[in-house]
Design a protein around this ligand. Structure first.
Ligand code: WTA
Length: 690
């Protein structure tokens, strides 16, 4: 097992490792290697932590590996089950060589995630505790809902959905901005056993249409418009276009429920389709505020979330009920050292997995108070986050490295003018956090007081996989550290052979965990091919990873054709297919290139159809095409005109060479002799700066 790599004494130098009376010890600056850069939690922090020492972690971790059934069923028993699961806690086939991949946890157990988030917590006395704080884009616009109020609203939406014929197992598409109605809708679906599919409200009409066509929802739930920063975004127009588009593919949407957001757009200015569109505020309040729960099997689907892969078509990642519930709740509790008095804020949008697991389900399952923020993190200025932290006394702040880097650029003054003394734990997700951004986050934002949980995970994994447990061990800036309970990370070489000790290679996971996705919607074969065939016997993450001499994990980025732009996952193939849909584009190849703020930027090599001249207008038009087909967040940062692309004689594009050209590492192009036409490279380099 993974345990053999780790010597618990190394997690904290000198055994326990605490240096009395020092808030935190930062050894960083003087050390030669980042691997030796240790940041220790304060004794005060460790003493109060849910897991307070390496030894305690090792003991719990060991049990989770040696007796996973016992470990997870004990935790699962803390939730409400209408009926307990059957014989097996986990039933899996994780090896393609033994047949179809199957992952089941708590099968036969009957429960409901919404019930466990709300009713159960209310029964335990949390009815009057704030469940959701909502902070609007405009400072001064805000609101809150207690657990009881949240339940009432969820029930009204659930009753409405039932009334329009949404049944257990039916899909509902949700295209909403970060307003309370977004988690409310998710929970309402969960309550009646419907499968929500939230689409990030930055996706274009075409992307939305693709998702509507794939999952054929009973209803689409949206909002007329939203303001982010100073810009109004007309969401309803996008939805209209998407519904028209999917109708052409034979998928019709009968109901479109529209939340009226008068701050962004007047009702009378909203385009309307009679008979299909209906205002949220006109119907929802009329429904009763209690609604019986639809009890479902632990393995019934909870939601679908589309994500990018290495081919053009987005993948519908399917998560089920019981395992996901247990896993998101447990990871939230330990990785953020959650305490009932915490105020928690995650800046992610519910349109991504982080907003599912760590805005909605994980925190609410723990009875936490969650802040939902509608706006842009730098509006009206770069101090907004800390203004919000002080206003609500946020104690756990979870965000992405891209935001940290962009705020870092704006300067410390925006941070230090706020107190931030409520903060106690910081979190990072979405991409590797570079040590200098880590340091700034730690020293400036957290006043060298708050441990940072750099959580590595994926849409597919449902919850944290490799993450620090704050207070339990020394951190190394830039390392996601150690596996969560029950997770056995392995690093394999090209041939799929596990490598031991200090090494780097492909990050895989051995054996299933409760939060794992169960299939790709409608395409189990693609599920197996993408994740379980590359290295038989393991789940393949698509990430590269290095394990250092002390057993710490350092994620090195994607090894497939997926890039990570501002923490948003984008398939290069999706951008390419958008570009080539432009009538003047003959061919396109997209690679990721290092970007100071976004982590990675999108760099597109474009070959035009014969005799079309390069022009600034065409460049803009190509970028616009991508914005329209995918969304603004996927717009290429750079279009590089390419008379031809470097291809092997069999016609395969050599991306390795393109990556080097994009990164201007021209002396590292490597062997170009296998190219069909080696001249292409020279031409590309000459056009580099045009
Ligand atoms: C990357 C987001 C390094 C990784 C939760 C992964 C990270 C992809 C980290 C999944 C991290 C996420 N350190 N890399 N802490 N967190 N990633 O599905 O490449 O949107 O494969 O899930 O983000 O992106 P996804």
């Amino acid at each position: 097992s993974y345990l053999r790599h780790v010597d618990s004494r190394k997690l904290m130098p000198n055994g326990a490792g605490h240096i009395p009376h020092l808030k935190a010890v930062i050894l960083g600056e003087a050390l030669a290697s980042e691997e030796d850069d240790l940041v220790l939690p304060s004794k005060e922090f460790s003493d109060q932590a849910n897991v307070h020492s390496p030894e305690q972690y090792m003991e719990m971790y060991k049990r989770s590996i040696e007796d996973p059934d016992g470990f997870w069923s004990e935790i699962a028993s803390q939730f409400y089950w209408k009926q307990k699961w059957g014989e097996k806690v986990c039933d899996e086939n994780f090896d393609v060589r033994d047949g179809k991949i199957k992952i089941e946890w708590f099968k036969g157990g009957i429960t409901n995630v919404c019930y466990n988030c709300l009713d159960r917590n209310i029964e335990a006395g949390l009815g009057d505790k704030v469940a959701l704080y909502w902070e609007g884009n405009e400072p001064g616009l805000d609101g809150s809902l207690t657990y009881s109020q949240l339940l009432n609203q969820v029930c009204q939406v659930a009753n409405y959905l039932k009334d329009i014929g949404v049944k257990k197992g039916d899909a509902v598409i949700v295209y909403l901005p970060m307003i309370n109605e977004l988690p409310i809708t998710m929970l309402a679906c969960a309550r009646i056993g419907a499968v929500h599919s939230v689409v990030f409200a930055g996706f274009s009409a075409e992307s939305l249409a693709q998702r509507i066509t794939d999952c054929k929802p009973k209803a689409v739930i949206t909002c007329n418009a939203v303001r982010r920063g100073t810009k109004p975004i007309l969401l309803k127009d996008i939805v209209d276009a998407a519904i028209n588009d999917s109708a052409k593919d034979g998928v019709s949407v009968d109901v479109c429920l529209v939340y009226d957001n008068p701050v962004a757009l007047k009702r009378e200015d909203t385009k309307w389709t009679q008979g299909r569109d209906i205002w949220w505020q006109d119907v929802i309040p009329k429904y009763p505020s209690t609604c019986p729960v639809e009890w479902v099997d632990a393995e019934d689907p909870l939601f679908l979330l589309y994500t990018s892969g290495s081919t053009g078509k987005p993948k519908g990642v399917l998560h089920t009920t019981g395992g996901y519930m247990v896993y998101t709740a447990t990871t939230f509790k330990y990785a953020f050292d959650y305490k009932p008095s915490d105020i928690y804020w995650c800046t992610a949008d519910c349109g991504w997995i982080t907003g599912h697991s760590y805005v909605t389900y994980g925190p609410l399952l723990n009875g936490a108070t969650v802040l939902v923020y509608e706006g842009a993190p730098n509006y009206p200025d770069a101090g907004r986050c800390w203004d919000i932290v002080d206003k609500y006394k946020v104690s756990i702040f979870y965000t992405a490295p891209t935001l940290v880097r962009s705020l870092m650029r704006d300067g410390e003054a925006y941070v230090t003018r706020y107190s931030r003394k409520s903060l106690r734990v910081l979190g990072s997700v979405g991409e590797p956090i570079n040590p200098s951004a880590w340091r700034w986050f730690y020293n400036v934002v957290g006043d060298s007081r708050c441990p940072i949980s750099d959580t590595w995970w994926q849409t597919e994994t449902g919850g944290f996989m490799i993450t620090p447990l704050p207070g339990a061990w020394a951190q190394k800036p830039g390392s996601a550290t150690f596996p969560f309970f029950g997770i056995q990370p392995v690093i394999v070489d090209e041939k799929g052979v596990e490598i031991d000790g200090e090494c780097s290679g492909y990050l895989c996971i051995k054996k299933s965990w409760p939060g794992a996705f169960r299939t790709l919607y409608g395409d189990h074969e693609r599920y197996e091919t993408t994740y379980f065939k590359p290295f038989a016997g393991y789940y393949f993450s698509g990430d590269g990873c290095r394990r250092d001499k002390d057993g710490y994990h350092w994620l090195t980025g994607r090894v497939d054709d997926v890039i990570n732009v501002s923490g948003h996952r984008i398939g290069t193939a999706e951008v390419e297919s958008a570009l080539v849909s432009h009538p003047q584009c003959a061919e396109a190849a997209v690679v990721g290139v290092e970007h100071e703020v976004k982590g990675q930027g999108i760099y597109a090599f474009v070959t035009l159809v014969d005799s079309v001249p390069y022009s600034e207008d065409l460049r803009k038009d190509l970028i616009l095409t991508v914005r329209k087909q995918i969304g603004a967040f996927a717009a290429p940062d750079k279009i590089h005109w390419a008379p031809g692309l470097p291809k092997t004689r069999s016609g395969k594009i050599m991306r390795r060479i393109l990556r080097k050209i994009a990164a201007r590492q021209l002396d590292e192009l490597g062997d170009t002799s296998t190219l069909a036409d080696p001249n292409v490279v020279k031409q590309l380099i000459e056009l580099s700066d045009s």
